[in-house]
Design a protein around this ligand. Structure first.
Ligand SMILES: NC(=O)c1ccc[n+]([C@@H]2O[C@H](COP(=O)([O-])OP(=O)(O)OC[C@H]3O[C@@H](n4cnc5c(N)ncnc54)[C@H](OP(=O)(O)O)[C@@H]3O)[C@@H](O)[C@H]2O)c1
Length: 354
């Protein structure tokens, strides 16, 4: 049964009766983010002004890109300002509203920030339609933070619009046991592709084979990555969905078929580097392969959510998509939960429950 996720506050509780906590970014991390890069502070509640809502946040999405937002590197979004709440997408229940179209009690999804209560503009927030979610068989509204949300959209548009996958093609997906990768691997399978997933460790590779039903799994911690890819795809790769960069990208570059496409989704192996990473040494292989490599950012596809949700909702309703949630409890554990992504500890989507 579809149930609303637990919220820290009951729907009718007012702003003046609540204790709110905010996690501020107070230092730009060097290497892996540390607890001391953040400060957990008690925030002063206020009533929402016109056009604003108050949301009791129940779950946050933990995303590798957070490490990029924490730095002052040029990116598709400006850096999080020091002393301000850490940027994060999440879901929660509206407990006060000055927006006629968003009633108190509604469940919403938006950029709530790493805090127990979001108080601010309703612009950019979507009200979750629980009946619609139920019709697609989604077990929890938290799925709008992964399979049926930006994670799923990243996999969907990355494969179809950037990778232009075709049935019968061989698709290699890195970080395949993670949030985006696990969905990308399954969507490529559903499309009739031959899918090889890359993950760290025998346990994750077994999960790829047994649960996601990929055609082959490469354990990048167990011997030569290139030799393992060659054994599973002797004729080469048509599409590489790259979530990792580094060594795995280099191994894929050396095994491209003619007119191969590289979908540059992310490069998590590089996000905590303290020095500029060397470029991929095998990039010249793209010339003879007549290959293309294209980056993309999912936010550019948000206006196509309906198209995605219809197709993805149907696959989920037919039981064709496995999605796993990896949940850590407590706002104070945000830094530790974030580190799990870079330390390969998560399986499926990393969430934080408040
Ligand atoms: N372009 C976009 O719009 C967009 C949107 C969302 C996400 N992304 C990118 O997509 C990628 C996946 O994001 P996600 O949210 O789905 O995270 P995720 O894959 O659930 O979590 C990260 C995973 O990356 C792997 N990893 C970490 N460090 C690694 C390393 N040094 N070498 C190889 N693998 C490593 C780990 O799996 P193993 O156990 O296999 O090591 C880890 O579990 C990230 O690069 C992210 O930035 C891009």
């Amino acid at each position: 049964m579809l149930e609303a996720p637990g919220c820290a506050l009951a729907p009718k509780q007012r702003a003046d009766a609540m204790t709110a906590h905010t996690l501020q970014l107070i230092a730009r991390p060097v290497g892996l983010p540390k607890d001391s890069d953040f400060a957990l502070i008690e925030a002063a509640p206020r009533e929402p002004a016109a056009g604003e809502i108050t949301v009791a946040v129940s779950h946050l999405s933990l995303d590798p890109a957070m490490r990029v937002w924490m730095s002052d590197a040029k990116s598709y979004w400006p850096p999080v300002v020091l002393g301000e709440v850490m940027r994060a997408q999440g879901i929660g229940r509206v407990i006060a509203s000055a927006v006629p179209s968003i009633p108190v009690g509604a469940l919403v999804n938006g950029m709530v920030g790493a805090q127990s209560h979001y108080i601010g503009p309703a612009a950019g927030f979507s009200v979750l339609d629980l009946d619609l979610l139920k019709a697609s068989g989604v077990p929890s509204p938290t799925w709008t933070l992964h399979a049926l949300g930006a994670t799923g959209m990243t996999a969907w548009f990355g494969l179809h619009d950037i990778g232009r996958i075709k049935p019968g093609e061989t698709v290699l997906v890195s970080a395949a046991a993670g949030a985006v990768g696990s969905i990308a691997a399954q969507l490529a399978k559903q499309h009739g592709c031959r899918v090889i997933g890359v993950a760290g460790g025998a346990g994750k590779c077994a999960w790829l084979m047994d649960e996601l039903k990929v055609d082959g799994a490469v354990d990048y911690r167990a011997g030569s990555i290139g030799a393992q890819i060659s054994a599973l795809a002797p004729k080469g790769i048509d599409v590489y969905f790259d979530n990792v960069g580094g060594e795995i990208l280099d191994a894929a570059l050396a095994r491209l078929r003619r007119h191969a496409r590289i979908v540059l989704c992310g490069g998590i192996s590089q996000y905590n580097n303290t020095e500029r990473a060397p470029g991929p040494s095998n990039y010249l292989a793209m010339i003879s392969a007549r290959a293309t490599m294209q980056g993309f950012v999912v936010i550019d596809y948000f206006d196509r959510y309906k198209e995605f949700a219809l197709a993805m909702g149907a696959l989920i309703a037919q039981g064709k998509i496995v999605a796993r949630e990896d949940i850590v409890d407590g706002l104070e554990n945000f830094p530790a939960a974030l580190r799990r992504l870079y330390q390969s500890q998560n399986l499926g989507k990393q969430l934080l429950k408040l």
